[in-house]
Design a protein around this ligand. Structure first.
Ligand SMILES: *Cc1c(COP(=O)(O)O)cnc(C)c1O
Length: 233
């Protein structure tokens, strides 16, 4: 890795942290998809990153072997049921729970290894065809159904907001996430004292912070433009 690249990563993280000063409880997740082990470990060892997120299973397996495990690892991408078994023992949280079938599979695999898997429920806040996630109007029944799976522990909600031309529009989606957390998630999971909202990416984390995000997930804003990773899936 060049000194130029190292400086870029270091300065990006410093700038984002500066903007997070008023939000001391919010975590900065470095999204590591398509990044090299050197870049990832530089962010962890030299820039104080303590949480990383990966959205593809095949890539996660490669990164898992190479990464410094002082950082926690969350799965944030679409997860096929038949791939849960590969990641169940490797991740600290699955942020992209989006169907009851997936909940059942995570529960089964977690039980098998004697683990309770923390999860976030992914919300399709813009009700977009192209995106996965639970629609807001079905969140209550989804929460009810999750009670049947003792080896998953719902901790809150995650979303990928629709692309908005006017950044102010993000406030609408992020404030709706707060309403869902307070009106629905808390009702079904009162034992979770501080439910987590994972929202905000490179293009909109400022708005997410203003709306009380607990985890902002930043990829390009830390590591620069993404190139294709050689491994798919
Ligand atoms: C890629 C990705 C991110 C980060 O996106 P950037 O625009 O690079 O910050 C955040 N969340 C999820 C689920 C992702 O797949």
């Amino acid at each position: 890795m060049t000194e130029f690249k190292k400086n870029e990563i270091r300065e990006n993280i410093a700038r984002i942290r500066e903007g997070m000063k008023a939000y001391p409880k919010t975590a900065l997740m470095a999204v590591i998809k398509t990044r090299t082990a050197e870049e990832i470990n530089f962010a962890i060892r030299e820039c104080g990153i303590t949480l990383v997120g990966e959205n593809r299973v095949q890539e996660l397996l490669v990164h898992y072997e190479e990464m410094d495990h002082s950082a926690k690892l969350h799965f944030i991408g679409t997860l096929q049921k038949n791939k849960v078994k590969y990641i169940i023992d490797k991740v600290d949280m699955i942020e992209s729970l989006d169907s009851e079938g997936l909940a059942a599979e995570i529960d089964k695999r977690a039980a098998k290894i004697g683990k309770t898997m923390p999860v976030l429920i992914e919300i399709n806040i813009g009700r977009e065809e192209s995106k996965s996630g639970i629609f807001p109007e079905t969140l209550a029944s989804f929460c009810e159904a999750l009670k049947n799976y003792p080896n998953i522990a719902p901790q809150g909600l995650m979303t990928i907001a629709p692309i908005c031309e006017d950044k102010n529009e993000y406030n609408r989606y992020f404030s709706e996430m707060n309403t869902l957390k307070d009106d629905i998630f808390r009702t079904y999971f009162p034992e979770v004292k501080e439910p987590i909202l994972s929202m905000g990416m490179s293009g909109n984390f400022a708005q997410a912070l203003e709306n009380g995000s607990d985890i902002i997930r930043v990829g390009e804003g830390i590591f620069g433009k993404r190139n294709a990773f050689p491994i798919k899936g």
